[in-house]
Unconditional design. Structure first.
Length: 243
């Protein structure tokens, strides 16, 4: 099986407009375009879902969110009516439905140049299915994704993780660089619109990554009151840099 069966659709991020010279008279128009095309509600939805996945299996949430933007731009519009925001090619690994795909044009980098192709892309019933499928993809050892993740969970070297995954996921030789630029941009956007819900999910993810709390989706674990003894232990662990 070709590894490129799951490589992404190489959309151009709006943020790359920063790399070009813009006349001062054009700046207001650019700002309006960015405001129109940035789907903040969808961005938050994907980021929060990605944080839950990071707590469960370790795939960095900023990376997952950046991929979604790179594949479907800042408006996070899925391919046709597919709910596919990650440019995932049709693979039929997790579904037995032979018709769960849509056909769309995409750019592929082959033999040193870009070519336009019509390919099959995975179709999902909803956005949640797409996000879960994407996470399953990134822990698939047969495709080469698992070892980079195992190494990342040890060394927390995000840039190296992105570079290794990009070699498998996309044909674009600039894919890793584009993802790293978007990660920086996403941090700025999230910080500018941060809500208690975002702060809470980020805190849970951070505490799990540091070994202070355990990874679980059990509602009672996160909502039950803690006593002062438990709080003292948690604060002491934080002071030591984690358990």
């Amino acid at each position: 099986m070709e590894q490129t069966i799951v490589c992404g659709q190489d959309a151009q991020p709006i943020q790359e407009i920063k790399d070009t010279h813009i006349l001062l008279t054009q700046i207001p128009l650019v700002i309006v375009e960015l405001e129109i095309k940035m789907n903040k509600e969808r961005l938050i939805e994907i980021y929060l879902a990605s944080l839950e996945i990071e707590r469960t299996v370790g795939i960095p949430a900023l990376f997952s969110t950046a991929q979604a933007i790179l594949e479907s731009t800042w408006d996070l519009k899925a391919i046709k009516d597919s709910n596919n925001i990650y440019g995932i090619k049709w693979h039929n690994y997790y579904s037995k439905d032979e018709n769960d795909y849509v056909i769309a044009e995409t750019k592929e980098y082959e033999n040193g140049k870009w070519v336009i192709k019509k390919l099959k892309f995975q179709k999902y019933n909803n956005l949640g299915d797409c996000i879960r499928d994407h996470s399953r993809l990134l822990i698939d050892s047969s495709l080469g994704y698992l070892q980079p993740l195992i190494d990342y969970r040890k060394d927390k070297n995000l840039e190296r993780y992105v570079q290794r995954v990009a070699l498998i996921y996309a044909t674009d030789p600039e894919y890793a660089r584009k993802v790293m630029i978007l990660i920086k941009d996403i941090k700025e956007v999230i910080d500018s619109i941060k809500t208690y819900e975002i702060e809470k999910e980020e805190a849970k993810t951070s505490m799990i990554n540091k070994g202070i709390l355990k990874s679980t989706n059990e509602v009672g674990y996160w909502t039950r009151p803690i006593n002062r003894e438990e709080l003292a232990v948690i604060l002491e662990r934080i002071a030591r840099g984690g358990a």
